[in-house]
Design a binder for this molecule. Structure first.
Ligand code: ARG
Length: 283
């Protein structure tokens, strides 16, 4: 193997929501089973370890107030999609989460973001990932394909549509992890990903193979513990401790896996990335 590249951590700004009202009272993905008990205090404690890890590594973490009756609000990745100070709001496919859309848009407006209310059904950074200068956009379960056109118009960037086919991986951020800094940041001109090939249809797999020949391909076992539902600052990659193979693959490539156990939040069908919305301010 050729020499391992030097990875550089880049400061990130994240939005999180303390899961004070977390429970599983309905089922909108295959992970959620309302008859299984949930432990809100445990969810809060696990969430706090993620918050603390981000802060300890120098990242800014902002908080949005949790709202009683909106147990999925902890998954802030579904609150919007933000680039250069512009926040595209969400329009949930599922009724159970409709009440979150306006509070997130209100938060973005209050903190000075230009808010664009959505026309099309979309679930924010759960389905949209910025890789370099390109937006990878998922559809198949939650966000409508029509939202991809809306995205391209709002952000004036290339949008690549990908179709998810396995209901376990119903949001794009459960099947792809973005590993590297955004294009041009700190002179870095690469942007790589890790993904789970079986989560996509054949056409989408072909696109990913062509665009990301150096991508890390993760195993089904690692995908199934939400190993790909991770955040990265370009060096530190925050992942589930259960994703053993992915952890080794990251180390081989010179990344530093930071292991955070969010097992309680997995009962709602979410992991590290789901609990993290990137706030990309004006550059
Ligand atoms: N229970 C939530 C839902 O089904 C989980 C959301 C996970 N978020 C994510 N970005 N993948 O909507």
């Amino acid at each position: 193997m050729s020499s391992t590249p030097t990875r550089i951590a880049h400061k990130r700004s994240y939005l999180m929501c303390r899961p004070e009202h977390f429970t599983v009272s309905y089922s909108i993905n295959p992970w959620m089973e309302p008859s299984n008990p949930t432990d809100t205090a445990k969810a809060v404690a696990q969430w706090q370890t993620l918050y603390d890890a981000y802060v300890a590594l120098g990242h800014d973490v902002h908080l949005i107030d949790p709202i009683d009756g909106l147990p999925d609000m902890v998954y802030t990745a579904n609150g919007g999609f933000i680039i250069n100070g512009t926040a595209y709001g969400v329009k949930f496919r599922v009724d159970e989460r409709q009440g979150e859309a306006q509070p997130f848009m209100d938060w973005f407006a209050q903190y000075g973001y230009d808010v664009v209310p959505p026309v099309e059904v979309n679930e924010g950074e759960g389905d949209f990932l910025l890789v370099g200068d390109t937006i990878l956009a998922g559809t198949g379960f939650r966000s409508d394909g029509t939202s991809h056109g809306e995205l391209a118009t709002i952000f004036d960037r290339e949008v690549v549509s990908l179709t998810l086919t396995d209901p376990r991986f119903y949001h794009l951020d459960t099947a792809i992890a973005v590993l590297d800094p955004i294009q041009g940041e700190g002179g870095v001109d690469h942007a790589n990903i890790a993904y789970l090939p079986l989560a996509f249809d054949a056409a989408s797999r072909a696109i990913l193979e062509e665009r990301y020949p150096d991508a890390i391909l993760v195993s089904e076992a690692d995908g199934d513990v939400f190993g790909l539902n991770s955040a990265s600052d370009g060096y530190n990659v925050f992942i589930s401790p259960r994703a053993k193979g992915f952890e080794a693959q990251l180390r081989e490539r010179g990344y530093n896996p930071v292991l955070i156990d969010l097992s309680e939040l997995l009962l709602g069908g979410g992991g590290i990335k789901c609990c993290t919305l990137e706030l990309r301010g004006r550059s």
